[in-house]
Design a protein around this ligand. Structure first.
Ligand code: BEV
Ligand code: ZN
Length: 263
């Protein structure tokens, strides 16, 4: 397994990533199991503030690991700030992790329970670093907002994404996807847990301030099934392998503190 040849299968999945990415066995890896009653409330933690009003989604793509919506991050106004963050962090992209039919697929778990899926809104510290790539290797370079997806009623706005998935069925496909504002994917409460961790996909850099919202959003099984229609394989390949169970299991906490807002 070299270069971008990692995946979620037996041969190339999370249990062997350490062979190519030794930091997989580092001391601030993600995801983790969040144990609510062991989280510490920190009076210095304020609310999360999201300024997505001027966000400009550009495209939606199948990168062979997930489906990803990218944003124009030249605009300084589209940021997350507050909470544990010392600076505003700019929105770069969002993507999802999900399970197989009837299986759960979130990355973080809560008291050992996983959700059907997990949405990651990826932001970078453009105040301190010149590029996303540079920020991605710095200990305070990225802030990822994690939102759990639970099966229930149809999510009226998620349809905008699931209806576009057929256009990026194959690995390496990308299509225009403008005017989507992820504010519509937020739950009603911005109550959160936060801890210092890593990317959950190779190269697994330990550069992420994780902010996980406590309240899940509801999506239907039908909407989730459309994610599983995505393929890991390219259009010209004969084999067709569906993209599912693209989640890394929880990693050792190694003494890290999970903080939450004081009520
Ligand atoms: N799942 S994740 O958000 O931690 N992984 C990423 N890889 C590149 C940017 S975000
Ligand atoms: Zn992710």
């Amino acid at each position: 397994m070299t270069g971008d040849h990692w995946g979620y299968g037996i041969e190339d999945g999370p249990s062997v990533w350490h062979k190519t990415y030794p930091i997989a066995q580092g001391n601030r890896q993600s995801p983790i199991d969040i144990v609510p009653h062991q989280a510490s409330c920190d009076p210095s933690l304020g609310p999360i503030v999201l300024n997505y009003d001027h966000c400009t989604s550009m495209n939606i793509a199948n990168n062979g690991h997930s489906v990803i919506v990218e944003f124009d991050d030249t605009d300084d106004r589209v940021v997350i700030q507050g909470g544990p963050l010392d600076n505003p962090y700019k929105l770069k992209q969002f993507h999802f992790h999900w399970g197989g039919k009837g299986c759960h697929g979130s990355e973080h778990t809560v008291a050992g329970n996983s959700y059907a899926s997990e949405l990651h809104l990826v932001h970078w510290n453009a105040v301190k670093y010149g590029t996303f790539e540079e920020a991605a290797t710095a200990p305070d370079g990225l802030a990822v907002l994690g939102i759990f997806l639970e099966t229930g009623d149809d999510h009226r706005w998620l349809n905008m994404i699931t209806d576009a998935l057929y256009m990026v069925k194959f690995k390496g496909s990308v299509t225009d996807f403008e005017g989507f504002n992820p504010m519509c994917l937020l739950p009603s409460s911005l109550d959160y847990w936060t801890y210092l961790g890593s990317l959950t996909t190779p190269p697994l850099y330990e550069s992420v301030v994780w902010i996980i919202l406590r309240e899940p959003i509801m999506v239907s099984e039908k909407q989730l099934s459309k994610f599983r229609m995505l393929l890991l394989t390219e259009e010209e390949e004969d084999q067709r392998i569906h993209m599912e169970n693209n989640f890394r299991p929880p990693q050792p906490l190694n003494g890290r503190k999970v903080l939450n807002l004081c009520v």
